[in-house]
Design a binder for this molecule. Structure first.
Ligand SMILES: Nc1ncnc2c1ncn2[C@@H]1O[C@H](COP(=O)(O)OP(=O)(O)OP(=O)(O)O)[C@@H](O)[C@H]1O
Ligand SMILES: [Mg+2]
Length: 278
């Protein structure tokens, strides 16, 4: 007899049964201008980047260099002025359920409870009420919000709402995760816990992750490669990729090790050079 689906959490079942997912990202010659015709400002120019299926890429760079612009284009929320984005070989023409998004504004449904917010995606995808609730509780436990499951978003702090947004995206089990400073509003302890959890989830479900952060330490701790962007309107040149730094530190990274700090310092130099000499 087939194993009853209700004995396995939805997310775990999806993870166990999933064939290798194609979720590579191809970004080519991307630029983005804002403003009225004749008064346009080019926010980002000539961004080309390939991200392999299952790869974890972090993007760092000074404020205004185009990190969020790039992520919004990948998410399909904005159209590029030039260039193309392919996900799993198909052009991005708008938002899609293949790409889960965690941005700075949480985008929760205020009229649904925390648990209902997290269960919403699985329910939309045809998961039964009980299994969706089970998946929601699993991810709420992961982000430390079990006791807030029956509250409404308006009753939670900013950091707690951000954790609900993260649980909600993870419950959808997207092939591509786009995260724009997802841990920025969290206290240090929760942030460290969620970093560890995100690495574990990434290893388990092989999602392709593009993760924007202001913390170079966080980028080096999480990513396979760190993309350093520089420029931006304040520097008189459009934002662009300065350098891509591979992080060859294995799975057990120790932020206090010499190797870790050497990579961190090198990236910090690239970020600061970029903002000084433009
Ligand atoms: N909707 C918009 N209209 C006009 N200009 C915009 C718009 N969105 C972004 N910009 C400009 O594009 C540039 C890049 O902005 P973006 O938000 O991508 O930067 P960022 O690297 O994410 O910065 P931060 O680290 O502060 O979040 C900035 O100069 C910004 O002013
Ligand atoms: Mg931003």
């Amino acid at each position: 007899m087939r194993e009853s689906e209700s004995t396995v959490s939805t997310a775990a079942a999806a993870t166990l049964s999933r064939p290798e997912r194609q979720s590579d990202i191809g970004i080519s010659g991307l630029s983005k201008s804002y403003g009225l015709p004749g008064h346009e400002v080019m926010a980002m120019n000539d961004v080309t980047l390939d991200v392999a299926s299952g790869e974890f890429v972090a993007i760092v760079g000074a404020s205004g260099c185009g990190k969020s612009t790039l992520l919004r284009i990948l998410a399909g929320f904005e159209k590029p002025s030039t260039g193309t984005v392919l996900v799993a070989g198909a052009p991005v023409t708008g938002p899609g359920s293949d790409r889960g998004v965690v941005f700075q504004d949480y985008g929760l449904f205020p009229w649904l409870t925390v648990r209902e917010n997290v269960a919403y995606g699985p329910r939309q995808h045809g998961v039964g009420r009980r299994d969706a609730r089970r998946a929601a509780d699993h991810f709420l436990e992961l982000v430390g919000l079990t006791r807030s499951a029956s509250k409404f978003p308006g009753q939670l702090s900013g950091g707690m709402q951000q954790r609900v947004a993260i649980a909600r995206v993870l419950a959808n089990d997207p092939a591509v995760l786009l995260m724009d400073e997802p841990f920025g509003a969290l206290d240090a302890l929760t942030r460290t816990e969620l970093q560890t959890e995100l690495r574990r989830i990434h290893r388990a479900n092989a999602a392709t992750i593009v993760f924007v952060t202001h913390s170079i330490e966080e980028a080096v701790y999480l990513a396979d490669r760190v993309v350093v962007m520089t420029g931006g309107a304040a520097h008189g040149v459009p934002g662009h990729i300065r350098q891509i730094v591979p992080v060859n530190l294995g799975d057990d990274r120790d932020p206090s090790s010499l190797e870790f700090n050497a990579v961190k310092r090198m990236i910090a130099d690239l970020v600061h050079e970029g903002s000084d000499h433009v």
